[in-house]
Write a protein that binds this ligand. Structure first.
Ligand code: PNS
Length: 162
């Protein structure tokens, strides 16, 4: 049994993320979901605490998964939890382009390897970006997020800015 770090902005965590976590549990045993900041997505829509809470609820049935917020670099988070590697999910060739550059960079600067898992093709279109957009307008995202988080997600989106 080893540990993998699954970093992301998870704004919010969705069915595709859960599929990646479940695959990583089979491969590595322990998985730390690292809620982090993506500098290309300047301000998270949900607070870090809300993103952690939603991911924790979504993964509650998986006893070897923990969810933590980390500031700074993914490689430092990986080292701090003793992770064997970083794990990332790939939906499309576009994801591969982005992830490959990050994976090479993380290995070059810190010797931390990245393992990719292919996302379930049924979820290849699912993206936090559109979930945010729909949820912020009061739309129905129940097909895109785990059943267990639907209510808490609704509450967080409806209380934004209040
Ligand atoms: O879910 P996302 O937004 O695609 O996740 C991107 C994330 C948060 C994993 C990436 O931006 C990241 O690793 N941020 C932490 C800072 C870092 O390590 N930067 C160097 C990347 S080579």
């Amino acid at each position: 049994m080893s540990t993998a770090l699954y970093p992301g902005s998870f704004d919010p965590f969705h069915v595709g993320h859960l599929d990646v976590v479940e695959q990583a549990v089979v491969l590595f045993g322990n998985v730390v979901v690292a809620v982090m900041h993506n500098p290309d997505k300047p301000s998270g829509v949900l607070t870090t605490a809300a993103r952690v809470e939603i991911a924790q609820i979504a993964c509650a049935h998986l006893s070897t998964v923990s969810v933590q917020a980390f500031a700074g670099l993914a490689v430092d988070a990986a080292k701090s939890v003793g992770a064997l590697c970083i794990v990332k999910g790939l939906r499309t060739p576009g994801d591969f382009e982005i992830e490959q550059q990050m994976a090479h960079t993380n290995f070059a600067v810190a010797g931390v390897r990245t393992v990719y898992v292919p996302c379930d093709p049924a979820f290849s279109y699912v993206s936090s970006r559109y979930i945010r957009d729909i949820a912020m307008h009061g739309g129905d995202v129940s097909a895109l997020v785990p059943k267990t988080v639907q209510q808490v997600l609704k509450t967080h989106f409806s209380s934004r800015g209040k």
